[in-house]
Design a protein around this ligand. Structure first.
Ligand code: NAD
Length: 429
């Protein structure tokens, strides 16, 4: 069922929502105030354009039936079709999906990618389900949201707990329903069915382009710089590998089970082999165990949170000793932590720029799919780097001319573009 969403007035005006959605609303309020937008446009930007919550019944391998809940939130379509990942995690809630969808709108606008923002999720711990069960969950969820997705409507992609196999099942389910193969209805697909070269590592590559640019901006030589990475999944592991390849000593990484540390820098390829063999970074013989919370407080040049939201908050922000935070994850820093970090001179490169490499190459994948014409990895990588650095330079320019923080400047640039699209299109009827 499609719901007409009208969150209570207080969500928008007073920031009563908590968690990621509260932070997203607070960032929007601040951009609206800076831009002097009126209350009507503020309310249009604060509320999702469309959201759908679906029941996902699953027949488990033992024959029992479980009923899961899924969401798809389409925050905005003013600049193009909606775009955003699908998350499988026990922590998924409708409010979290709403926040992530809003951030996607800003990210696409900031990077001049012609999409609005969306996000989806199922409240599920995928580790507790067999591959065949996950396939059934994915196909049923896709069927339930089918009326609102498609290459011109809303294009899903992988996020936490989902991968290219999930996208292949979504693409197949959609294609069977419409009666033809529709590769451009998802991105992050396997290469064999129209995925893009360079997509798998795109988010990590983007994080590292920006991380290295930020080091240079701060006058810190890349060779010999130090980094800590929280989360060793699709984004974090790739970022750690590429940072190490660039000459940065990755001294600590963590996952949901624990953290490891080595002063001179970890052997990231060996750590990846250990992860593949054991399922976690914990117990890696080439490093010492570390309290995962302490990773965020290490004295490093670069801190890359690449796991979940809200990990840098009011209680630990003052203990952050990194000089630069590059947000691989979406929403890792709360609004309260932002203030503390800014006051302490920590440069925070916001998620909507830092992790935009994924959506940029997803956009390239969609373009290639629509044209049935495939680019080389070198072409993809070159265009990715160009777009990331162009957005970074634009952001520094706005920061210099306004005195805003990087996050404030990024949100202002993005919100202005989306507001302009609304204004020029007008309100129907
Ligand atoms: P993933 O599922 O591949 O990896 C997540 C990693 O975080 C895992 O190593 C997990 O063990 C770890 N983790 C979870 N909770 C943790 C905690 N409390 N402390 C430390 N580690 C923890 O997911 P991903 O795709 O790498 O996504 C990570 C973040 O990046 C998310 O915020 C996601 O929205 C964002 N992101 C992903 C992409 C993408 O292309 N995959 C693009 C943009 C943003």
């Amino acid at each position: 069922m499609i719901l007409d969403t009208a969150p209570p007035r207080h969500d928008v005006a007073s920031g009563a929502a908590e968690g990621p959605l509260g932070n997203a609303h607070s960032q929007l309020r601040s951009a609206v105030a800076t831009l002097g937008l009126d209350d009507g446009i503020h309310r249009m930007l604060a509320q999702p354009r469309r959201e759908i919550t679906v029941q996902v019944p699953l027949r488990r391998d033992d024959g029992s039936v479980e009923v899961l809940t899924g969401h798809r939130v389409q925050h905005n379509f003013a600049r193009g079709p909606a775009k955003g990942g699908v998350r499988y995690s026990p922590a998924v809630t409708l409010d979290e999906v709403r926040a992530l969808a809003m951030w996607m709108t800003w990210k696409c606008a900031l990077l001049d990618v012609p999409y609005g923002g969306a996000k989806g999720g199922i409240t599920i711990d995928p580790r507790n389900y067999s591959t065949r069960e996950l396939e059934r969950v994915t196909r049923r969820y896709t069927s339930e949201i089918l009326p609102v997705i498609g290459p011109e409507r809303d294009i899903p992609a992988p996020d936490i707990g989902t991968d290219e196999q999930t996208m292949a099942w979504m693409m197949d389910t959609y294609s069977v329903a419409v009666g033809y193969t529709a590769p451009a209805m998802v991105t992050g697909k396997p290469l064999s069915i129209g995925g893009s070269r360079g997509r798998a590592a795109a988010t990590s590559k983007g994080v590292v382009h920006i991380g290295l640019a930020a080091l240079t901006h701060h006058g810190i030589p890349v060779a010999g710089a130090t980094a800590a990475v929280q989360g060793f999944g699709k984004v974090g592991a790739g970022a750690a590998r590429l940072l190490a390849e660039a000459g940065v000593a990755v001294v600590a990484v963590s996952d949901q089970y624990g953290a490891v540390h080595r002063t001179g820098g970890l052997d990231v390829p060996a750590l990846t082999t250990h992860l593949e063999a054991t399922g976690s970074v914990v117990g890696f013989p080439g490093a010492d165990p570390l309290d995962p919370a302490a990773l965020l407080e290490l004295e490093v040049d670069l801190l890359v949170p690449a796991a979940v939201e809200g990990v840098l908050h009011e209680a630990n922000a003052a203990s952050v000793r990194a000089r630069i935070v590059v947000e691989g994850a979406n929403g890792p820093t709360t609004a309260a932590a932002d203030e503390v970090l800014a006051a302490n001179g920590v440069l925070v490169v916001p998620d909507i720029l830092a992790n935009a490499g994924g959506v940029i190459v997803s956009y390239f994948e969609w373009v290639q799919g629509n044209q049935s014409y495939w680019w080389t990895e070198a072409e993809v990588d070159h265009r990715l780097e160009q777009r990331m650095l162009m957005a970074w330079n634009g952001l520094l320019k706005t920061r210099r001319s306004t005195g805003l923080t990087l996050r404030e400047a990024a949100t202002v640039i993005a919100v202005e573009k989306v507001a302009q699209a609304h204004q020029i299109r007008g309100i129907y009827p």
